[in-house]
Design a protein around this ligand. Structure first.
Ligand code: BGC
Length: 737
């Protein structure tokens, strides 16, 4: 239906004011059905007779605008009246946003498109398209920008400024929108704080992505000005430096009657809101924090007898909510909010346990596939907003294989895997051809073990050789590709051979006598940071990806435990070592050491942030240090989900649930819970597509009691620590050992 509609734009200079396109229509007779399709290069809200259509926000979302933009379909049958006004209010959204780093803007101007199909009861039809008969009005939104917030003035007069202009500049293909960001939760003010500097600050008690809704009645022309922050500094003052250039500032000018304000085309990442200006009579009840994220079904649950771990779990969930705002973002607050592929791949398995994320990843991976270069390269963030310090990195771009695989493994949808198989294969082919060595990936500018602590204070790159990491990921991606081929019934002999060659080359270059060594070229010599061979990350990758020979297992595991001991019982891993370190320990007989790391409270650790009052996952282990000072203002988000990937270990070890090879979608699983007295009890559950799966255990006086619930069509191989084994199918079970 949209083929006949024109893209329209506002040709008049109205500065940063949001334009509203309007069309008056008259109905011929009684309506049987009315369907509205709409999209914008920018963001839009569409209204019928002043009533917002649909419940999504920031529509049509963030896609690879060079390739596609999404349109949504709405049923508006009940909204039409004899004389109907259709209106489309537009903001810059993502398409006309000034992104961090690159300052790439996809379109120089906002444009909109819509079609309304009316079927009358008498069988006649009308179709109304956007065209030059639509009028352009100004609006109350004087300014809006994703990073910077919004200015709304209810005192300005809304004016008709003329007719819309057909926009004949090239537009991307229109694809149907399948996922929507919506308002999900509302949070009341928890506390009002007067900071040492005298600032008036609202604490909502939870770091979120969303915005504040203000209900107020005050003198016409009075202003409310709100600033947003994630944390207070060590003196208790409002801290916004870590937002970098993102202003996150909302300014509302009151109409004089009852007003409800909230941003329309921006969102903020915050827990605290500073009231920079407001009318005198305002109370805390006037403010509500509104949580937004993509609409996804919650499927996972976890609770245990350790309050700190429960809080960590809650923080992981909130990290996902805060960063699954249309695309998987690194963070929702500073001048970034990009679809960093590395962050998404390390968190993907956890994400798929917490919520049903198939549609969410389907949307994002579609853009990834569209942006995949001819030679198979995948950029570091998707949608790609332009060049910044190199484009491709191992462990980041490997998301092209890891994410489709993890989503398939979680839900068992072969069509999903089939859809992304060409992208997965092309990516592995790209790595195969990258660099001068066929089976290694040498010399590129990778992020390596980003933010690891083993290269010393204040360094971004960890000490592990980046070429070693690139080789390890090459092997991992090739191995997953071979598994995908097996699942799809594709001959995988070539990929298996490739993986074998990569493993041999890796061992030849990076290992000697069963231990990692420095590869005397490239990265080993070329950076100013200290580069080490035997690190927690190199050992974790070798152990977890299976780059060792059986007779080396023990010594590698011992070396990992030694390194942990040498760093005072702490991990020093960054983005690429952290997802695997606990697996590397527990899969090799060191479950206690894994629990020790998980339950450690001193910095650096997962629970350190919990003891510091975190309500989400931090970007850095030491985002806030022991003495309360900050890591740096430059790169210090308090809502970065990546380290929340630890939940996939908790699920597989505390709960003991693992999807077995060839058992995607929980068709074949192992259940091997590993109770630890420090937890007392644990309950781990997931609503699989086959039904509910639960594992509960509690340590009682002389025994441990296990309760299981296995869904229909799942085959579970049980193995309990006391020696009990069983093959279980649908049903509820109790075991005592
Ligand atoms: C982001 C990360 C990302 C990284 C790449 C940062 O600015 O916030 O999470 O993966 O850059 O190293």
């Amino acid at each position: 239906m949209l083929e006949k509609a024109l893209w329209i734009r506002n040709p008049y200079d109205i500065g940063t004011v949001s334009p509203e396109f309007r069309k008056k229509i008259s109905l011929r007779t009684r309506v049987k059905k009315a369907t509205l399709l709409a999209s914008a290069m920018g963001a839009y809200n569409i209204y019928v007779n002043g009533k917002k259509v649909g419940n999504s926000v920031l529509t049509p979302g963030f896609t690879s605008f060079d390739n596609r933009v999404l349109y949504a379909e709405y049923d508006v049958t009940d909204l039409l009246t004899e004389k109907t006004v259709l209106s489309i209010l537009c903001g810059d959204g993502w398409a006309r946003h000034n992104f961090g780093f690159t300052k790439r803007i996809f379109t120089s101007h906002v444009s909109a498109i819509a079609a309304l199909m009316i079927e009358y009861e008498n069988g006649e039809t009308d179709v109304i398209y956007t065209d030059e008969t639509w009028e352009v009005y100004t609006s109350h939104i004087l300014f809006s920008a994703l990073y910077h917030g919004e200015t709304v003035d209810k005192t300005v007069e809304i004016k008709l400024i003329g007719n819309a202009q057909a926009d004949d500049s090239p537009h991307p293909a229109l694809h149907k929108q399948t996922t929507f960001v919506t308002e999900q939760e509302r949070i009341a003010v928890k506390e009002i704080i007067r900071t040492p500097k005298g600032e008036l600050v609202l604490d909502f008690g939870q770091n979120i992505a969303g915005y504040v809704e203000v209900k107020v009645c005050g003198n016409r022309g009075k202003q409310i000005v709100l600033s947003h922050a994630e944390v207070l500094d060590k003196d208790g003052n409002f801290y916004t430096e870590n937002m970098r250039s993102a202003r996150n500032l909302c300014t509302y000018v009151l109409s004089g009657t009852e007003d409800v304000f909230k941003p329309t085309f921006s969102f903020q990442g915050f827990r605290y809101v500073r009231i920079d200006e407001c009318p005198e009579n305002i109370t805390s009840e006037s403010f509500t924090a509104v949580v937004i994220h993509t609409d996804m079904k919650r499927i996972g649950s976890f609770v245990c007898g350790n309050a700190d771990l429960n809080k960590l779990y809650s923080n992981i969930i909130w990290g996902q909510k805060g960063n699954f705002v249309d695309i998987p973002t690194d963070c929702p607050q500073r001048d970034e909010r990009l679809g960093w592929t590395g962050d998404a791949q390390v968190f993907c398995r956890t994400a798929a346990m917490n919520f049903d994320v198939e549609a969410f990843f389907d949307k994002w991976l579609t853009d990834m596939a569209l942006e995949q270069r001819e030679d198979g390269a995948i950029y570091r963030f998707v949608p790609f907003v332009g060049w910044w310090n190199g484009n491709i990195s191992s462990g980041w771009s490997d998301a092209a294989v890891i994410c489709p695989w993890e989503v398939y493994n979680a839900y068992g949808n072969k069509e999903f895997l089939r859809k992304y198989y060409p992208m997965m294969k092309k990516w592995v082919d790209y790595v195969h051809s990258a660099g001068e060595e066929e089976f290694l990936w040498l010399g590129d500018n990778h992020y390596g073990d980003w933010l690891a602590l083993d290269a010393g204070e204040g360094k971004y790159l960890g000490a592990t050789q980046r070429d070693l990491i690139a080789g390890a990921y090459f092997y991992y991606s090739a191995s997953l590709l071979a598994k995908a081929e097996e699942a799809l019934g594709i001959d995988n002999s070539k990929t298996l051979l490739l993986a074998k060659n990569v493993k041999n080359a890796f061992r030849e270059a990076f290992m000697k006598d069963g231990m990692p060594v420095i590869y005397p070229k490239h990265d080993g010599l070329s950076t100013s940071r200290p580069v080490k061979a035997v690190t927690q990350t190199s050992l974790s990758l070798i152990l977890h990806f299976g780059l060792f020979e059986e007779n080396e297992r023990e010594a590698l595991t011992d070396a990992l435990c030694d390194l942990i001991r040498q760093s005072g019982g702490a991990m020093t891993t960054g983005f690429l070592g952290t997802p695997y370190i606990l697996h590397a320990l527990s899969d090799n007989g060191r479950i206690n050491e894994a629990y020790d790391l998980l339950l450690r409270k001193q910095a650096p650790s997962w629970l350190f942030s919990v003891t510091k009052g975190a309500t989400t996952i931090w970007e850095h282990w030491d985002g806030i240090k022991e003495d309360g000072s900050f890591w740096s203002a430059d790169m210090n988000s308090f809502n970065h989900y990546a380290y929340g990937c630890v939940f996939d270990w908790m699920f597989a070890n505390v709960g003991g649930i693992k999807v077995l090879d060839g058992g995607a979608g929980y068709e074949r699983i192992s259940i091997c819970p590993k109770p630890d007295p420090r937890l007392g009890f644990a309950e781990c559950g997931i609503k699989t597509r086959r039904g509910d799966l639960y594992v509960k255990w509690s340590i009682e006086e002389n025994a441990t009691r296990y309760e299981l619930d296995i869904p229909c069509g799942t085959k579970a191989f049980l193995s309990l620590p006391g020696g009990k084994t069983a093959e279980l199918s649908h049903g509820k079970y109790i075991f005592i050992e």
